[in-house]
Design a protein around this ligand. Sequence first.
Ligand SMILES: [Zn+2]
Length: 261
Amino acid sequence: MGGMATRDLDGNLSTQIDELAALVAAAETVAGFTGAGISTESGVPDFRSPDSPWMRNKPIPFDDFLASEAARREAWRRKFAMDDLYRGARPSRGHLALASLVARGKMPAVITQNIDGLHHESGIPAERVIELHGNGTYASCLSCDQRHELAAIRKRFETESNAPTCEACGGPVKSATVSFGQAMPEEAMRRAQDLARACDLFLVVGSSLVVYPAAALPVLAKQGGAALAIVNREPTPLDRIADLVIRADIGVVLESFIVRN
Ligand SMILES: [Zn+2]
C-alpha cells in the first residue's frame, strides 16, 4: 500500500524537493508540462492504468466518429458516463502549485496532455493553459468550429438519443478533445514548442513522456539550454537526460510551492 510520507519526508526526498526549489528559484521562465499523474489525487484515474474505464472500451477512432452515426452515439454515451464518474474532481496540490507559479509570474503557461479542465479550475487563466489533447469540458462542431456546452447537448441526447449535430450548420458535434487518429491542434503544438525553446526550466509533472509528439518537448527544451526536472511516480524514457528526477507523490513534492491567499 501507499504509505506516503507526508509529515516525515525521508532525507533523500526532502533533499530532492530542495533541489527542485533551487531550480525554480534560479529560473526566470519555467515551462510546466503535465500528464495524467497530476490528476490522480483529484480522483481522475490515469487513463492508461488497467482499472481505468478508458481501458475497458476500445477507443473510437476519429474516422469512425466521422463516418458513423452509431459510433457518434456510442462516443457520446461513454462521454456522459465518464463525466458522471469524475464530476467531483477538484484541483490537486500539484494543480495548485502550478497555479501559484503562474500567479507569481514564473510560469508563462502550463502545457498539458490532460483533458479534464482542472488547470483552469485551479485558477490559471485559459490563455495560459496549452491543451495538446483538447478539452473535455465542452464540445465543438467539426464543420464550423462553433462551441457547444455539454449540458445542452446532454439534455437533447437524452431526449432524442441521436448524436448531437450543430444548430448553426448541421455538422457533427464532438467533445473538444483530440481523438485517436485525429490531428494534434497545430496552434497548441506551436505555442508549446515556443515555450519549450524559451524556458530555462522545463518542469514535467505526472507524465510518463511516452506519447509523441508531446514527449519531444522536453528534448526541445534541453536543446535550447533549459534544465529539465521530472516529477513522476514511474520512470520515464527521458530520465537519463534530466537534471533532476523525483519519483514520488506529486502532491507531497509540490505542496511547498502552493501560495495560499
Ligand atoms: Zn457547425
